[in-house]
Design a protein around this ligand. Structure first.
Ligand SMILES: [Zn+2]
Length: 113
């Protein structure tokens, strides 16, 4: 039997080498938060995701918000106003009285249970 009749070379059917597949990260958006201690926190979230309103500051643990001028948790700069006070700013006394009466009736109804 003759020897040496071996075909050398590339293997039949060998595919050309593929370029390495690259990992394409999903598009991201940077969202910046500020806590009341002045820490700036930047996070990356998926571009299509809605940014949460609050983010815990990783440095001090206080909640951080999107508004640098008005971070959450800061002591109120204006005195507390009741909901009724806000309503009264927008409405006449007469309307306010009607709303108050309605609110009191509702309160009494609930308490009456
Ligand atoms: Zn902080």
């Amino acid at each position: 039997m003759p020897h040496g009749n071996v075909i050398r070379g590339s293997r039949v059917g060998s595919a050309p080498e593929r370029p390495p597949e690259r990992y394409e990260p999903a598009p991201r958006q940077a969202v910046t938060y500020w806590c009341r201690n002045g820490h700036r926190v930047e996070i990356l979230i998926a571009a299509e995701a809605a940014a949460p309103a609050l983010w815990d500051c990783p440095r001090c643990g206080h909640p951080a918000g999107r508004d640098a001028q008005n971070p959450p948790g800061r002591a109120r700069s204006e005195p507390y106003k009741s909901h009724l006070a806000y309503v009264k700013e927008r409405r006449t006394d007469e309307e306010g009285a009607a709303i108050l009466a309605e609110a009191l009736a509702e309160l009494r109804r609930r308490r009456g249970r």
